[in-house]
Design a protein around this ligand. Structure first.
Ligand code: ADP
Ligand code: MG
Ligand code: MG
Length: 883
């Protein structure tokens, strides 16, 4: 087995394609070397050697030692030095490097090979004693920490102590003699603490360091990191052993890090920092404040310390040339590490740089514009979910954060407003022109109007799939849920947060992206939907096959969705309209009526309200398709709960509280999600569906007058399992539609279809398609009914399932392609076999999930429908799925 790959002098045994074997760092060092860039020579021990090390019970595999020593011989020749040579010692860096970057997993050991003798040789050769002893003390510090396991704080304390004693402020103020004293104390401490001397033999040092890198693969930090980022343990880490170059060789030496473009804005300008007379991690460690690489960057930051551009113009010019070369080579923004030794530039690392969503878009668009990459590639490069960061106001990163509590980041974006504790107060305050945050222990369907009115929602109880979280995400409202350390005292109307006592009218800010709750109004940045974002989305739209609709029932949502590029409404849940204030009491009258006549009287009152809602919605969506779902939830959801509320409602509608309580009891169901809901309501009480149909058609006729372009009506019957159910309801819809159109003397084109959300419907889709003119997959209920798992109760055990590896992903978030997905596939095929070209779409939460959207593309759905704020995500994901 080939365990070791050498690079140096413009040649390399590996290349960028070998990252599985050489790790990201090693593969790119090889690549840079082969490009002829100045890279200190070195060798990479493969990830296979790491795996062999573990397979052999933590012992180095056979042949490794000989291979490394032979390769080191070559490295020494290229560097003009020898490992362990008394006069010209080869000093090494030992660096870990996994296939995927794992920052902070293990620290690098620099200056390896130094000991009490070679430090003298280094001093002699360089003519700079301070430099030699500074390097030695760094090595001891790092080696003791990383390899021998002695906490680095011990050394920092000694150094602080010495600096104080000597009256020095900076590390660079220490003289050679002073460093020697520090080193003596370091070595003494190591012997005292570990009962073992600091190793003087370079070979022992080297194998100690290599073993430590291998072992670090299994340290707790690394294991956790891998779990969080789905990195398999089997990948192993490579080890890079490289000749040292010295950034701490006086004032003509430096070390730094840079990005070829600004990683937070994406601006196409070199961006980076460096330190003169420093080594390695000094730049990131914050021991000294680094200086800007470019002069423009220096001016922008208002620093009076000179830029690299001014201080070392030649090295700077070469560095700029190299960054351009690397970007053109890798065709992406690079994150670079370099060192300058006495004026000579050395490249130590390059990799594709991490960036914010905003920067990612700007970079992709500008690279496509300049012809570096294609537009499809630009579209491919953006993580759809990351767009979420861009669609909401965010807290200004420069702002102070007066945190008073925290919960789950349930729905992204930030919002500021006065505290209100009830939905009624929220609505009233907003009518009066104020902005509010609705603060509740938890929310229920009756809070919908308050949630709508509020800028954001904060709950004390509930998880990421609590009512508040799901509804807020649907509305695109920022939400922090489950902020358990907060206390709401409803009696005194106060919110207790970390010792602060807040009440109605006090202003708070919530950050639904981090879960933080902050005191007062915190400065924010507004989203920017035009410019680069707009152009990237145009390119995405040109690529995709499926259309993207939205789930919306309010004018505000419909407008937002259209501005985000929605091409229609895939799900208008009519029941949400009945929760609006004022209407719920009429709705209750209807439910509580004991005769059809009574019900019709209440429905007559609801008709104009529902009609005016539809008119507004149709005007906003003119020219586009709208799927309207008939009433779906069980009726008891509209009824009051608890004696107090029942008494109040009974008073307001003029019935006895006992009679009301009895009716509520009657409607109680043990399993409401499998109870009297969906088309079952329309079959028991056809007058409800009839009223809704009338409202829809009257509104369509009315809206067509004002807009000229009528909407494409699609009326959807929920929870159909039997063909006969659909036949029954469809007959009512058609009859009312005929009546209304005859009254108006106007034809309106429409389709009647059904939601496929029961396994029986999916299996019988071929027969149901004889009556249904379209299908919309309601994958929330279809997931519940296929798994037999209630969405509202699942979170407790689904989390356990994920921890124990029973399932990989939450099937309510990403569609279960093997089960639920197969039902979707069967229904699509059988439906279209009966009715060729039948319109198919999805309207569950999955419609906004990129992985699920890929699945929808693969089964040939016509559209996906998702909440307004997910529309851009879905547009992008649909484009990526199509290529
Ligand atoms: P990380 O993965 O944490 O960035 P690296 O292996 O890149 O760790 O090493 C960290 C730093 O150590 C580098 O940025 C560089 O400054 C320094 N370093 C690494 N190798 C060498 C070398 N051969 N000569 C000089 N400095 C080096
Ligand atoms: Mg590091
Ligand atoms: Mg690095």
């Amino acid at each position: 087995t080939k365990w070791v790959y050498v690079f140096g002098d413009g040649r390399a045994e590996g290349s960028a394609r070998d990252s599985h074997l050489l790790g990201g760092k090693g593969a790119n060092l090889a690549e840079m070397c082969a490009l002829g860039l100045p890279v200190p020579p070195g060798l990479t021990i493969t990830t296979e050697a790491c795996n062999a090390y573990y397979d052999g019970g933590k012992s180095f595999p056979e042949g490794l030692e000989a291979d490394v020593m032979a390769a080191l011989q070559k490295v020494g020749e290229m560097a003009g030095r020898g490992f362990g040579d008394p006069d010209r010692p080869l000093l090494l860096s030992v660096r870990s490097g996994a296939r995927a970057s794992m920052p902070g997993m293990m620290d690098t050991v620099l200056n390896l090979g130094l000991n009490d003798d070679s430090v003298l040789a280094m001093a002699r050769e360089s003519g700079d004693e301070r430099f030699a002893w500074d390097s030695y003390r760094r090595f001891i510090q790092m080696y003791a920490d990383v390899v021998m396991g002695l906490d680095h704080e011990v050394f920092e304390e000694i150094l602080e102590d010495e600096k104080a004693r000597l009256g020095h402020e900076l590390d660079t103020d220490l003289s050679a003699a002073e460093w020697q004293e520090v080193i003596a104390r370091y070595k003494q401490t190591i012997s005292d603490e570990l009962g073992q001397a600091f190793p003087q033999d370079p070979r022992e040092q080297l194998w100690g360091a290599i073993g430590a890198v291998f072992s670090s693969w299994m340290n707790a930090r690394a294991i956790t990191y891998r779990q969080l980022h789905d990195i398999p343990t089997s990948w192993g880490t490579a080890v890079n052993v490289q000749a040292m170059v010295f950034g701490n060789f006086g004032n003509t030496s430096a070390t730094g890090v840079a990005f070829t473009r600004n990683p937070s804005t994406g601006e196409n300008r070199l961006y980076g920092e460096f330190l003169i007379n420093a080594q390695g991690e000094d730049v990131v460690a914050g021991i000294r404040t680094p200086q800007s690489i470019t002069e423009a960057g220096r001016i922008e930051s208002g620093s009076d310390r000179p830029s690299l551009e001014k201080t070392m113009p030649e090295a700077y010019a070469e560095f700029v040339r190299i960054t351009e070369r690397l970007e053109a080579h890798y065709l992406d923004m690079q994150d670079l590490e370099f060192t300058i030794e006495r004026g000579k530039l050395w490249m130590l690392q390059t990799r594709t740089g991490k960036r914010t969503a905003k920067a990612a878009i700007r970079i992709a668009v500008e690279m496509a514009d300049s012809g570096m990459i294609s537009r499809e590639e630009a579209v491919r490069r953006i993580e759809p979910a990351s767009l979420d960061q861009l669609l909401h106001p965010t807290i200004d990163p420069a702002a102070e954060r007066p945190v008073i509590g925290s919960g789950l980041p349930a729905s992204p974006g930030a919002a500021t407003g006065e505290i209100v504790f009830t939905s009624e107060e929220a609505v009233d305050a907003v009518r009066a022109g104020r902005k509010v945050i609705l603060v509740r222990v938890e929310t229920s369907p009756e809070d919908i109007h308050g949630m709508h009115a509020a800028e954001g929602i904060l709950t004390v109880r509930g998880g990421m799939t609590s009512h508040a979280a799901v509804v807020a995400r649907g509305m695109g409202k920022p939400c922090v849920s489950g902020a358990g350390a907060l206390r709401i005292d409803m009696r005194n109307r106060t919110l207790l947060a970390m010792g602060a006592k807040l009440g109605p009218g006090d202003v708070i800010t919530i950050d639904g992206s981090s879960g933080q709750v902050l005191r007062g109004a915190v400065p924010m940045l507004q989203p920017e939907l035009s410019g680069d974002f707009g152009r990237l989305m145009e390119w995405a739209d040109a690529t995709r096959r499926m259309t993207v609709r939205t789930n919306a029932e309010t004018p505000a949502d419909a407008r937002a969705a259209r501005s985000f590029g929605a091409e229609g409404i895939g799900l208008c849940r009519t029941e949400h309209m009945f929760f609006e204030d004022g209407r719920i009491s009429t709705m209750r009258e209807m439910i509580l009526a004991d005769s059809e006549a009574g019900r019709r009287a209440a429905l007559d009152k609801l008709l104009p309200m529902q009609r005016s809602d539809f008119i507004e919605l149709f005007e906003i969506m003119h020219g586009l398709p709208i799927t309207i779902r008939l009433l779906d939830p069980p009726l008891h959801e509209f009824l009051p709960k608890g004696a107090e509320e029942i008494a109040e409602v009974a008073r307001s509608i003029g019935v006895e509280a006992e009679a009301l309580a009895a009716r509520i009891d009657e409607l109680h169901e043990f399993n409401p999600m499998l109870g009297h809901r969906g088309c079952r309501l329309a079959i028991s009480w056809p007058e409800i569906a009839e009223m809704q149909t009338r409202a829809i058609f009257e509104a369509a006729i009315e809206a067509a007058k004002t807009t000229g372009a009528p909407v494409e009506l699609e009326i959807m019957v929920p929870l159909v399992g039997l063909r006969t159910e659909l036949d029954f309801v469809k007959a009512r819809i058609d009859a009312v539609a005929r009546d209304v159109m005859a009254e108006a003397g106007q034809e309106i084109a429409y389709l009647v279809g059904t939601m496929i959300e029961l396994p029986r419907a999916a299996i019988q889709a071929g027969s149901i398609a004889e009556a249904a003119e379209f299908f919309s997959f309601g994958t929330n209920d279809l997931t519940q009914t296929t798994f037999g798992i209630s969405r509202d109760d699942a979170q407790s055990f689904l989390q356990t399932y994920r921890q124990k590896g029973i399932i990989e992903t939450d099937p309510f978030v990403t569609i279960d392609t093997e089960g639920v997905g197969q039902l979707v596939r069967i229904a699509s095929e059988n439906g279209r076999a009966t009715r060729p070209g039948m319109k198919l779409g999805i309207c569950g939460e999955h419609g906004g999930d990129p992985a699920s959207i890929r699945f929808c593309e693969s089964v040939g759905l016509d559209y996906v429908s998702c909440s307004p704020f997910r529309v851009p995500i879905a547009r992008l994901a649909a484009a990526q799925a199509a290529v």
